[in-house]
Design a protein around this ligand. Structure first.
Ligand SMILES: Cc1cc2nc3c(=O)[nH]c(=O)nc-3n(C[C@H](O)[C@H](O)[C@H](O)COP(=O)(O)OP(=O)(O)OC[C@H]3O[C@@H](n4cnc5c(N)ncnc54)[C@H](O)[C@@H]3O)c2cc1C
Length: 284
C-alpha cells in the first residue's frame, strides 16, 4: 500500500521543527530513519498530515564523549553506534546490542532517537538506555526538559514525550564493569522474543553495583530493581545468579503473540537473562 497524502517539511533547525509541530499538533509527526514509521504509514495504521524530516538538522547528529560523560544526538544512526571506536571503548554494550538490531540495511538508516522515542516494546534501545540509566533531552514549545529513560515509557507506544516535543539527545555515564546484551529471536533480523542487558561491577567476587533491563517482556522495558538489590553487596556465585534470574523473570509480564505463548516467553527470558548475567560476571 501507499501512505495517505501528507505535506513534507525538512527544517534545518530544532526551533523550526518544533514550530511546525506547534502549528499542527497531533497531525504532525517527525521522521528519522523511517524504518518504524514508514511501514505503519504504508499500512495506513496511522494517518499523518504533516511529516517533518529531521535529517537536515545537524545539531541532532553525532556522538560526544567527554571524560566519562557520553551524549548521543537523536539522529545518530545505529551503524554509527557500532562503528564509533571511542563509544566502543567507553560503553561496549552499545555495540553488542546494536549489532543485534535488524540487519545492516535497517541499521544504516535507523536512528537511536527513533528507536527510543517510538515506544515499541520490541525495540532494543529503550531497555539498553534503562540499563545505562540514560537521560533523554527533549525540546518543545515550553523549552528544554530532561526525562530519565527509566521513567519515559508509560505503555506500548505511550511515552512521556508531549506531541510538540522532539527528542534531542541521550546522555549517560560510561558504565563500569562487565556487560552483556543477550537476545533470542526467531531468525536473523527479527525483533526479540526476549532480550536482556546486564552490567555488573564486581570487586574481589563482591558485586558493588549492578543493572539489569529486559526487552519485549512487557509493554514497556522492564528494569529489574529487585534482582539488582539482590546482587548488590553480595558475593557472586552461580546460585545467586540463578536467584537473580528467577526474580527478573517474575518481574517480566510478556503477552502471547506470534512469538509464542507466555510460558514459552518466560522460559526463553530465563535463559537469556542467566546467560547475560554469567557473561557480564565473566567480563567484570
Ligand atoms: C525489518 C526490520 C527489523 C527491525 N528489527 C529491529 C530489532 O531487532 N530491534 C530494534 O530495536 N528495532 C528493529 N527495527 C526498527 C528499527 O531499529 C527502526 O529504525 C527504529 O525502531 C526506529 O528508528 P527510525 O530512526 O527508523 O525512526 P522512525 O521510523 O523515523 O520513527 C519512529 C517513531 O519515532 C518518532 N521519532 C523519531 N525520531 C524522533 C525524535 N528525534 N524525537 C521525537 N520522536 C521521534 C517518529 O515520529 C515515529 O513515531 C526493525 C525495523 C525493520 C524494518
Amino acid at each position: 500500500m501507499i501512505p495517505s497524502a501528507f505535506t513534507f517539511y525538512k527544517p534545518d533547525s530544532i526551533e523550526k521543527a518544533v514550530s511546525i509541530m506547534k502549528d499542527f499538533g497531533d497531525e504532525a509527526r517527525v521522521i528519522a530513519g523511517g524504518h518504524s514509521l514508514i511501514p505503519v504509514m504504508k499500512q495506513r495504521l496511522t494517518d499523518i498530515k504533516h511529516l517533518i524530516d529531521l535529517s537536515a538538522i545537524e545539531e541532532l547528529k553525532g556522538i560526544n564523549i567527554s571524560g566519562k560523560s557520553i551524549t548521543i544526538g537523536a539522529m545518530t544512526t545505529q551503524v554509527e553506534l557500532i562503528t564509533n571506536e571511542n563509544l566502543f571503548k567507553t560503553a561496549p554494550v552499545i555495540r553488542e546490542a546494536s549489532l543485534q538490531i535488524a540487519d545492516p540495511q535497517v541499521r544504516n538508516l535507523g536512528t537511536i532517537g527513533g528507536n527510543v522515542a517510538n515506544g515499541d516494546p520490541a525495540n532494543d534501545m529503550p531497555g539498553l538506555m534503562q540499563l545505562l540509566d540514560a537521560t533523554y533531552k527533549l525540546s518543545g514549545t515550553n523549552g528544554l526538559r530532561e526525562v530519565k529513560a527509566r521513567e519515559f515509557y508509560d505503555g506500548a507506544y505511550f511515552t512521556a514525550r508531549e506531541d510538540d516535543e522532539i527528542l534531542i539527545s541521550i546522555s549517560f555515564d560510561a558504565p563500569i564493569g562487565g556487560y552483556a546484551y543477550e537476545k533470542q529471536k526467531r531468525k536473523i533480523g527479527d525483533y526479540a522474543t526476549a532480550a536482556a542487558g546486564v552490567i555488573l561491577n564486581v570487586d574481589n567476587g563482591v558485586c558493588s553495583s549492578a543493572s539489569i533491563a529486559l526487552t519485549n517482556l512487557s509493554d514497556t522495558p522492564v528494569y529489574c530493581d529487585e534482582a539488582v538489590s539482590m546482587l548488590t553487596g553480595k558475593n557472586i556465585d552461580d546460585n545467586l545468579l540463578s536467584q537473580a534470574t528467577k526474580s527478573c523473570v517474575e518481574q517480566s509480564d510478556p503477552v502471547a503473540d506470534q512469538r509464542g505463548p507466555v510460558e514459552f516467553k518466560k522460559y526463553v527470558a530465563g535463559i537469556v537473562i542467566n546467560k547475560a548475567l554469567k557473561r557480564a560476571f565473566e567480563r567484570s
